[in-house]
Design a protein around this ligand. Sequence first.
Ligand code: 4AD
Ligand code: MG
Length: 436
Amino acid sequence: MTVEVITRITDILDGKKTGEKVKLRGWIYRTRSSGNIVFIVLRNSDGIIQATIKKGNLPENEFEDAEKALIESSIEIEGIVKEDKRAPGGHEIQVTNFRVIHFAEVFPITKDQSPEFLLDNRHLWLRSQKLTSVFKIRSTVVGAIHKFFREQGFYEFDAPILQPNQCEGGSTLFEVKYYDTKTYLSQSWQLYAEAAIFSLEKIYNMGPTFRAERSKTSRHLSEFWMAEMEVAWAHLDDVIQIAKDEVRFILHEVLDKNKRELDFLKRDREKLQPIAETEFPTITYREALKILKEKENMDVPWGKDLRTIEENKLMKHFETPVVVTNYPLEAMAFYKPPDPKDPETALCFDMIAPDGYGEIIGGSERSLDIEYMKRRLREMGEKIENYEWYFDLRKYGSVPHAGYGLGVERLIAWICGLDNIKDAIPFPRTMTRYKP
Ligand code: 4AD
Ligand code: MG
């Protein structure tokens, strides 16, 4: 079998093929005809390119097919690359052969449709230039996360998705019928990771995570991907530094590999680049309250988690993501220990993104105190016996350890400058949507 040479649109747009004969495959993105000429914009995973089909330049039946073929028909064309200032990307193809692989029916998506319609037709809307750009960036982000941890000697470790316990509070658990009993979809990889650090020491994972969020915000998904890490012998400051390095590493990778996509999404690269070069600040929750009080005249009562409105006000004073440590202990998950230097607060942190994208990372040191955790769990109405296996981890060579989880879609939404987190994941699941 001979391998056909298919030219990449990116090479044509970069001017590497001008004057040459090329062959391309793709789908019809736009089409219009006037008399003896058909203008088609061909779309494929590389981007879009204009193709001009002139009667007489190709067999008659192929010209007729070009006139007839509707948007999203799959096609294969051959032709000569010409520079043309009027064409999108400054180049076009003068077609000498036009073959239709499949004549599409009338495509249901046209201009100016509602977000709900586009979500109902997500399986088709995936083809849009916008989502294609976002998912190329998503691919870079996911690749960068694996690269970052592997280069630092972390092992990838997998936890079960079906879990009998909560990690982040029972109210957002998804219950699953499990034979004659019930279990839950994973809220976090963390508790199992804490078992594995005793063998692998430095581990990470990225996988689907589930939260039955009762909030319909532009930041919450019911199913999202979390990239988590856990390290033995580590304290809070150690993992905060890794979190900052990780986010900057990811930004570098995207800025390096996805210039076209960022430009298409109108994401200002000049704004992202300096963030990738800057060390992010760390403040405490107390300091955050002080900034809100002094600069925003906002009184946040001690003990409250920062809500969207407070986070956004706080972030007005920063250009880069900010790490906030030492949130009030009682509002925190059961495994977060008190800070001996400020026992009303926990040894924990969030990283908050600029521009209203909110918390992108949450992490902490882990409590080693079985009695403390039992008390916290009892207060939450949990069955202590379900956690005995977890307490075992504090009985046999316990070591200080810490870790965090990064919300992959939150990060992508910020990097891409999206209005809603739903566009950061291919098929979003929210409180009101689980289809298609
Ligand atoms: O802060 P969270 O709840 O932390 C944990 O689950 C820890 N067990 C992680 C760990 O220490 N290993 O979640 C971590 C991150 C958040 O900062 C946020 O970015 C993202 O996960 N996240 C969500 N993203 C989208 N939709 C939701 N409903 C999310 N809930 C959390
Ligand atoms: Mg959190």
